[in-house]
Design a protein around this ligand. Structure first.
Ligand SMILES: *Cc1c(COP(=O)(O)O)cnc(C)c1O
Length: 355
């Protein structure tokens, strides 16, 4: 029987494992996908409801109003802002815009699980560089991994799932070492949660380096994970290329209007981010008092480097009604959620910490 062959790359693709969900009908805290624990604001729900009556029409392909509002809020040229169906999709479009088959893409590992998939689907050769034992990116090793075949370096800051963000001095040294024709993608999905004063302002870094692209999203701090809106900030020439490689009409009308409403409610949403940051401090502090040695977190999650205990620990959490995200053989990532969820999680952690 003749069959349609699938791409060879698919056989080697690591699966993207979504964060676990509670079984239907069971009550559990979902701390497995770094979502915002707060429901959308009434003004955002109203914007989505109002937008619903227009869904017989295609959305504005370039999300013009949203693009202008985002550019204005960041103080950048709107010609350099490219919206997409979540920043994961934007990353795929960035790679599609610059990578030729066989080019190398350097990325940290362990890091965001979408990276090896996106790199492989872009026909690139992935070059993973181990994250240091303290969960920090090893930017010196990443710079050293750049070869004449390297087209892109992905810098996840804060790093998902380990938590720390890169510091200004190490990023400056890294950018000085990387050739100007290598694209450096700063994936800042969690930028709003950063409080470490040594972390540079991505926009200032972007302003100084034409080969830097920022990726940001409405999924985490702005609580719109379910609507899929993210964007790149790039030089206009690169942005034109990224737009050319993008899925047409990739951001729905509902998503565009919800993101606009969220920008209007920015102060209220950022006050919620402050609450998550305070809850992160409480969670990290309590875990450390229990005796855990943990990396810093500048995001809305905490990483427990449990090694081969990761899966068993996650199962204990599930039985207690808290769903966390295990990475088998490596560690467990727990998103910062409701205070009740923190309390429940801390009970399991107290019984489980490796002595
Ligand atoms: C969650 C996350 C994203 C954002 O994904 P969206 O597609 O915008 O929902 C991007 N990068 C990292 C590292 C993330 O953890």
């Amino acid at each position: 029987m003749t069959r349609v062959p699938l791409r060879h790359a698919l056989a080697d693709l690591p699966p993207y494992v979504p964060g676990g969900r509670a079984p239907v009908g069971a009550a559990a805290f979902k701390l497995s996908s770094n979502e915002n624990p707060y429901p959308p604001l009434p003004s955002v729900v109203a914007a989505i409801a109002d937008a619903a009556v227009d869904v017989n029409r295609y959305p504005d392909m370039y999300a013009t109003e949203l693009t202008a509002a985002v550019a204005d809020s960041l103080g950048v040229d709107p010609a350099g802002v490219v919206m997409g169906n979540g920043s994961v999709a934007v990353l795929a479009h960035v790679l599609a815009a610059v990578v030729e088959a066989g080019d190398e893409v350097v990325y940290p590992w362990r890091s965001f699980e979408a990276y090896p998939i996106a790199v492989s689907l872009a026909h690139a050769a992935g070059v993973p560089v181990p994250v240091a034992a303290d969960g920090r990116l090893d930017l010196a090793a990443m710079a050293a991994a750049v070869t004449p075949r390297t087209r892109v370096v992905l810098v996840c800051t804060p790093n998902n799932p380990t938590g720390p963000a890169v510091h200004a001095d190490e990023l400056a040294a890294f950018l000085a070492a990387v050739p100007g024709d290598v694209l450096v993608v700063l994936d800042e999905a969690y930028v709003e949660f950063v409080r470490d004063p040594d972390v540079p302002d991505g926009l200032a870094v972007f302003a100084e380096h034409p080969n830097v692209v920022l990726l940001r999203t409405f999924s985490k701090a702005y609580g719109l994970a379910g609507l899929r809106v993210g964007y790149a900030v790039a030089r206009p020439r690169l942005a034109t290329g990224i737009r050319a490689a993008s899925t047409p009409f990739g951001v729905s009308h509902l998503a565009q209007l919800a993101a606009l409403a969220s920008l209007r409610a920015r102060d209220e949403l950022l006050a919620r981010v402050d609450r998550v940051v305070a809850e992160r401090a409480r969670l990290l502090g309590a875990l450390r008092r229990q005796g855990w040695t943990l990396p810093d977190s500048q995001a809305n999650f905490v990483w427990l480097p449990l090694g081969d205990q990761a899966t068993a620990f996650a199962e204990r959490c599930s039985r207690a009604g808290v769903i966390v995200r295990p990475f088998a053989g490596d560690g467990v990532r727990v998103s910062v959620g409701e205070p009740e969820a923190t309390d429940l999680f801390l009970e399991v952690a107290a019984e489980s910490h490796p002595r």
